[in-house]
Ligand binder design. Structure first.
Ligand code: ATP
Ligand code: MG
Length: 452
């Protein structure tokens, strides 16, 4: 697979030919344009990693083209070149965000070096951005229970092996965190980690999300777009909620995993892929295979290294460490001092069952930090908070002193949030369950004389 897609814009055919040859030999895929109009047409249709742009072109000015691109929000890195570079043009180009300005006659070696460094820098920046985002979220797996110790060993082994990994576990148990840790500890960590949530993408778009598409492949595909497999080249593709992948797509994914080749939707070029796949699901895939809603052959392909995350209630000894970790993170994120937990508060936290697992614990702590009137969190505060931490039941909902309207609105919001997390078929089931729960809730409130 290509090391990057580059567009060279110059009106001298000999320059286009020699640069195309030199860059292609280094493993880049190269497109050329002899003027501004053709360049604009190509930029409209294709996605490039880098633009090499001459200043003086027969039908316009390269610096103007750069300006137009930036104004339209296109931030593809640009290397300018010119045979009669004026200081003014160089200054204007640099102000507009050109990454480098090369004088003609060009030294091919110098251009290759600039291109390589630039693309490396772009990748490093993307990686740094992901890392920064992860640091804010808390990317370390916290916990010292035997379960967690074993899990860390499994992650290290999976990271070393390069095999396909299947991460299983209830919602909120840390499947994504584990997938990210496997990538981070693997020798692929310098290349991207791409994620596709198979439950969140409309079924008819999954294929183009995964494999990309060519311009005009379907209505709305105005521009060539690279898919997750291509973007993850050399790195890892995290297929989240893989159990929700439609059957037709499962067959295509299986073929890609077997043949290690993809074709963009609407394209006829075959591209080699070098990507490690980590999949995750909270569904019962064995039952899905029996019900023929998940292909058994794909299951076998993905399940090479199975990794099962225990629910939080099976490792309660991790709760204090997790709670303290979240207190620190959330207080720092909200710019407030860190509250302390009383012994009673810790006992109450440890006694709870956490159907939403670690995510629920984190949400509880978030709410406590934001709402804590003073900086000590006691058992009472925990109990009040836990009463509303899950999809509410009439019993958990009632809190003296808070107007019923507010409580019902809050309950409704939580239900809507829950419903939005699900998709298609699941959505219908969830909505029915929530409807039932809601009517039950209103009935109960009426019986309690709380309905106004
Ligand atoms: N062991 C852990 N240490 C620290 N934080 C954790 C741990 N496990 C989970 N978390 C946190 O809990 C939250 C949920 O984790 P994550 O998104 O990885 O779960 P998940 O299993 O993918 O959930 P879902 O099935 O709902 O997608 C995140 O905020 C994550 O940082
Ligand atoms: Mg997840």
């Amino acid at each position: 697979m290509s090391r990057g897609h580059i567009l060279i814009v110059d009106d001298e055919v000999s320059i286009l030919q020699s640069l195309r040859r030199a860059l292609s030999l280094e493993g880049y895929s190269v497109d050329v344009a002899g003027g501004v109009a053709l360049a604009e047409e190509k930029l409209d249709k294709n996605a490039y990693d880098l633009l090499v742009l001459d200043v003086a072109l027969p039908d316009g000015d390269g610096v103007h083209l750069l300006e137009k691109l930036r104004r339209s929000g296109n931030d593809t890195p640009v290397v300018m070149m010119s045979g009669h570079a004026t200081v003014d043009a160089a200054v204007r180009a640099t102000r507009l965000g050109a990454s480098d300005f090369l004088e003609k006659p060009l030294s091919t070696d110098r251009l290759l070096l600039v291109v390589e460094n630039l693309l490396r820098m772009v990748r490093a920046e993307a990686e740094a951005k992901t890392l920064r985002a992860e640091t804010g979220r808390g990317s370390e797996l916290v916990g010292s229970s035997p379960h967690m110790v074993a899990l860390r060993e499994q992650i290290a082994r999976a990271a070393r092996s390069g095999a396909t990994v299947m991460v299983r576990g209830e919602r909120g148990t840390g499947k994504e965190l584990v997938a990210r840790a496997i990538h981070r500890e693997s020798k692929r960590s310098g290349a991207p980690l791409e994620k596709l949530n198979c439950a969140a993408v409309p079924h008819d778009l999954i294929e183009s999300e995964l494999f990309g598409h060519e311009a005009g492949a379907f209505t709305g595909a105005t521009k060539q777009r690279r898919g997750k497999f291509e973007r993850a080249t050399g790195g890892t593709l995290f297929l989240d909620e893989v159990g929700d992948m439609p059957l037709a797509m499962q067959a295509k994914l299986l073929r890609v995993l077997q043949e290690k080749e993809i074709e963009r939707v609407g394209g006829n070029e075959t591209l080699k892929v070098d990507v490690r796949v980590v999949a995750a699901t909270n569904r019962d895939l064995e039952a899905a295979c029996e019900a023929h809603t998940f292909r058994a052959d794909l299951y076998d392909r993905l399940n090479v290294l199975p990794l099962v995350l225990p629910p939080l209630r099976a490792r309660r000894e991790d709760i204090p460490e997790l709670a303290r970790g979240f207190l620190k993170l959330v207080s720092a994120a909200n710019d407030c001092s860190e509250p302390t937990l009383t012994a009673g508060a810790l006992d109450a936290l440890m006694a709870y069952s956490y159907p939403g697992n670690v995510r629920e614990l984190r949400n509880v702590i978030e709410r406590l930090v934001i709402l804590a009137p003073d900086k000590t969190i006691d058992e009472g505060a925990i109990r009040t908070c836990l009463g509303t931490s899950t999809a509410p039941s009439a019993k958990g909902l009632y809190r003296p002193g808070i107007p019923l309207r507010v409580l019902l609105e809050e309950a409704e919001r939580t239900m809507i949030d829950e419903a939005l997390r699900h998709h298609d078929g699941q959505m219908a089931g969830t909505a029915r369950a929530l409807d039932l729960e809601r009517s039950h809730l209103y009935k109960k409130c009426r019986a309690l004389g709380l309905r106004d």
